[in-house]
Design a protein around this ligand. Structure first.
Ligand code: AMP
Length: 370
C-alpha cells in the first residue's frame, strides 16, 4: 500500500498535488489548520523527538474515528494539560471478533477532520489551554502490524498484549478477543507516540481498568487520565455505533441507563449495599421496558436481550455480593438491541440497515464514608 505523505487537515489532496508550487501553497489557500496528518510510525517519531528534547508534554487520545462529543471532550481535556495533543484514528481490526462489525464500522474521515479543525480553532481561542491538536496519527494496518496482521480468531498467533483476569469478565466474556486487541493496539500507540498522558472515556469502564493495569504492570511511563461519559440530552451514552440504531431502537436503548440509574438510586437512596437489592432494581427496570415492548405490534416494537448487568469491584471487576463502602463499586451493563421486526416503508433503520447493536454503559457507585 502506498504511504501518504505527511499532509495537513484542511488541505485537499487535489490542491496539494495539482499545484506546481507544491503542498505549502495548498496550505495557504485552503482553510488551513496546523494539524499534521501522520501515517507512518517513523513520521510520528520524527515529530515527537524535538518535543522530547524541549520538555514539551504530549497527550494522546486514541480513537477509532467516527468522532462525537465524547471524543472531543477527551481532546479538550488533553489540550488543557499538555503542550501537544495527538489524536489517533485507527479502526483496529484485532479488537473486532470474527463476525463482528469491522466491515461496516462507520468511517467518517472528512467529518472527523472537519470536527478536529473546528475544535482546534476553539482551543486556540480559549486561553485556558496549554496546547492544541498538533497531529492526527492515522496509520494503515500494515504500518501497525509490521510482521503481518495476526488475524481476529481467538487462537490467532502473534505479538499480543493480554491482561488477565480483568479482561476476561464482562465485555471480555462476550467478546473474547476484544481486550487483547485493545491492549495490543494501545501498547503500540503508547510506544509510537510516547505521550506523558493518555486519555480514555469512562464510558468504556472495563477498558480503563485494563489499560491502567497494563500501564502499571508493564511499566509504561504514561499517566492514564479518565474523563466522564458524555451523554445525549436524554441520557443515552454517546457512541460511534449509535448510528446503527435507527429511530425505533434509539428510544428503547434508553432502557440500559434507566436500569443503571434505578440500581444507583437503590444504593444511594435506599441505604443498601446488597447485590440482590441493587441489581434487582436494575433488572426490574429493564423488564418493565421489555414487557411494554412485547405488548406492542411487531411493526412498532424494538426488542433487546440483556447480556449482563453487573455489580463489580472497581479494581478487579470481579462480581461482589455487597458493596465495600470504602471502595464503592462499578455498576455496568450491556444490552443487545435486536434488529427491528417488520420494518416499515421509509423507516429509519440506522446505518447498514440496522444490524444487532450492543449497547454498553456504566455508573460508578462512589465510596460512602462511615
Ligand atoms: P472509540 O473511538 O469508540 O474507540 O473511543 C475512543 C475513546 O473515546 C475511548 O477512550 C472511549 O472510552 C471514549 N469515548 C467513547 N464514547 C464516549 C463518551 N460517550 N463519553 C466519553 N468518552 C467516550
Amino acid at each position: 500500500m502506498q504511504r501518504l505523505a505527511s499532509s495537513r487537515i484542511g488541505s485537499r489532496a487535489t490542491h496539494q498535488f495539482a499545484s506546481t508550487r507544491g503542498p505549502r501553497t495548498a496550505r495557504e489557500t485552503v482553510a488551513a489548520t496546523p494539524i499534521r496528518v501522520l501515517r507512518a510510525v517513523e513520521e510520528v517519531r520524527r515529530w515527537r523527538r524535538p518535543h522530547m528534547m524541549n520538555h514539551r508534554s504530549v497527550g494522546l487520545v486514541p480513537t477509532m474515528g467516527a468522532l462525537h462529543e465524547g471524543h472531543l471532550a477527551l481532546i479538550r481535556a488533553a489540550a488543557r494539560e499538555n503542550h501537544h495533543v495527538v489524536v489517533s484514528i485507527y479502526v483496529n481490526p484485532a479488537q473486532f471478533g470474527v463476525g463482528e462489525d469491522l466491515a461496516s464500522y462507520p468511517v467518517t474521515w472528512d467529518a472527523d477532520t472537519a470536527a478536529l479543525a473546528r475544535l482546534d480553532r476553539e482551543l486556540a481561542d480559549d486561553g485556558g489551554n496549554l496546547g492544541r491538536i498538533s497531529a492526527v496519527f492515522a496509520p494503515t494496518t500494515p504500518e501497525m502490524y509490521p510482521s503481518g496482521f495476526p488475524g481476529q480468531a481467538v487462537d490467532s498467533k502473534g505479538s499480543f498484549v493480554t491482561i488477565t483476569p480483568v479482561a476476561e469478565v464482562l465485555e471480555g466474556a462476550s467478546r473474547p478477543t476484544f481486550f487483547r486487541g485493545v491492549a495490543t493496539v494501545c501498547m503500540k500507540l503508547l510506544n509510537i507516540v510516547q505521550p506523558e498522558r493518555v486519555y480514555f472515556g469512562q464510558k468504556d469502564v472495563q477498558q480503563t481498568v485494563v489499560i491502567r493495569r497494563m500501564v502499571q504492570d508493564l511499566m509504561v511511563p504514561a499517566q492514564v487520565v479518565v474523563c466522564p461519559t458524555r451523554r445525549e440530552q436524554d441520557g443515552l451514552a454517546m457512541a460511534s455505533r449509535n448510528v446503527y440504531l435507527g429511530t425505533r431502537r434509539r428510544q428503547v436503548g434508553l432502557a440500559l441507563i434507566s436500569a443503571l440509574r434505578a440500581a444507583e438510586n437503590a444504593y444511594r437512596g435506599g441505604e443498601t449495599t446488597r447485590r440482590v437489592a441493587i441489581l434487582g432494581a436494575a433488572h426490574a427496570a429493564c423488564e418493565a421496558v421489555l414487557g411494554a415492548q412485547r405488548g406492542l405490534k411487531p411493526s412498532e416494537r424494538a426488542l433487546f436481550e440483556i447480556d449482563y448487568i453487573s455489580l463489580a469491584d472497581p479494581d478487579s471487576l470481579q462480581e461482589v455480593d455487597t458493596v465495600d463502602l470504602s471502595k464503592g463499586a462499578v455498576l455496568s451493563g450491556a444490552l443487545k438491541m435486536l434488529p427491528v421486526e417488520d420494518p416499515q416503508e421509509g423507516e429509519d433503520l440506522g446505518h447498514s440497515d440496522g444490524p444487532p447493536v450492543r449497547l454498553i454503559d456504566n455508573i460508578m457507585l462512589p465510596p460512602k464514608s462511615s
